[in-house]
Design a protein around this ligand. Structure first.
Ligand code: UT7
Length: 323
């Protein structure tokens, strides 16, 4: 049996930082409200000349360097993003071009905050089947571009960034398995209102556009769903919750992260939390958190990681990983 393993990790955050104090000056909010309801203290915002593919390029190059590999080794690229540079070509192919790679399959998938876990799941299958030997998996967002900066209910939540991993074949796990889910009945609780075949005319006419969310309803479903997801992942793998070394959750809200940790009977010292520094970076949040903890030495080779995510759609999923 062949597995894929994470041979390297990388991430990138734009230079510009917007603090809660900065937002106090532009919308009717307070640092105290944002911290106590979300755990967020600051977020990074892409510069005008940065795009999802440019953020992804930095993260991808860093992940390749940490794996001891080069762009010439890459034979598969998948990018999870909700904020593509262009409607087409897809952001995976734009990243491929930036890296100077030509010919290998490259594509992007769009499952909101679950983008990285979905991308990881797809790439894992290709590597396991022997159809890819060096897969680049990226989660990236420029959410600032679709944020309504006058809406205090959402603008305090989101940030920009990118995270990447390199998957290579291994006889030992690696990615033990992934569990993906979605349910479109919740499509109106968290969404961006304009697309191509629906609402493009309004977008062209300059209608105010921003991420739209029934925050409190999303919160309740997220907590319930993530709890079920954790049970499912543990049961399907026949492992006890105490065997997990690190929880690497999607970083949307510290209160949601805490409830997942409680479910696992896990002290917060064993949970990777970056939401205070990054805000909610959607598809980028898990690989950003992972890379942060790998680089600061907390996550080490051989440890067992549980990654779990929840986002618009709704989509949700987990990955159990022997790092
Ligand atoms: O990443 C994908 C999944 N997304 C999530 O998981 C997000 C899930 N939702 C959440 O994280 C939380 O629901 C929020 C952080 C978005 C909101 O927290 P909440 O505790 O659910 O607050 P709320 O929406 O119930 O609003 C409470 C109050 C309201 O005022 P009233 O009606 O009680 O007078 C809001 O108008 O807080 C008000 N409010 C704010 N006040 C100050 C909303 N946003 C702000 C703000 N500053 N930025």
């Amino acid at each position: 049996m062949m597995y894929s393993r994470m041979a390297g990790t990388g991430s990138y955050l734009p230079e510009k930082v917007v603090t809660n104090a900065d937002l106090e000056k532009t919308v009717d909010t307070t640092d105290e409200w944002i911290r106590s309801r979300t755990g967020i203290e600051r977020r990074h915002i892409a510069a005008d000349d940065e795009t999802s593919s440019s953020l992804a390029e930095h993260a991808a190059r860093r992940a390749l360097r940490s794996a001891g590999l080069t762009v010439d080794d890459v034979d598969f690229i998948v990018v999870g993003t909700t904020t593509p540079d262009r409607i087409f070509p897809n952001t995976g192919t734009l990243l491929q071009e930036r890296l100077g790679i030509h010919g290998c399959p490259s594509f992007a998938l769009e499952t909101a905050c679950s983008g990285f876990i979905y991308a990881l799941s797809v790439a894992d299958k290709y590597v396991r089947l022997g159809e890819a030997k060096c897969a680049l998996v990226v989660g990236v967002e420029c959410l600032s571009r679709i944020t309504d900066w006058s809406d205090r209910g959402t603008c305090v939540l989101f940030g920009d960034g990118a995270g990447a991993v390199v998957l290579t074949p291994s006889v030992e796990a690696g990615i033990i398995n992934t569990h993906l889910h979605s349910d479109g009945r919740y499509k109106d609780l968290l969404y961006y209102p304009y697309g191509v075949s629906d609402g493009f005319d309004k977008l062209k006419a300059g209608a105010p556009a921003g991420i739209t969310m029934q925050g409190n309803d999303v919160f309740k479903v997220a907590v319930r769903t993530l709890s079920r997801l954790v049970d499912e992942t543990l049961a399907k793998n026949g492992i006890d919750k105490h065997q997990i070394d690190w929880l690497v959750p999607h970083q949307a809200n510290l209160r949601i992260i805490r409830s997942a940790a409680e479910k696992l009977d896990m002290p917060m010292e064993k949970v990777i939390v970056t939401v205070q520094d990054h805000g909610n970076t959607s598809a980028a949040s898990i690989p950003l958190a992972l890379d942060t903890a790998v680089r600061d030495g907390r996550i080490r080779r051989g440890q067992l990681l549980l990654m779990e995510t929840f986002g618009g759609g709704f989509t949700w999923g987990s990955a159990l990983v022997r790092f």
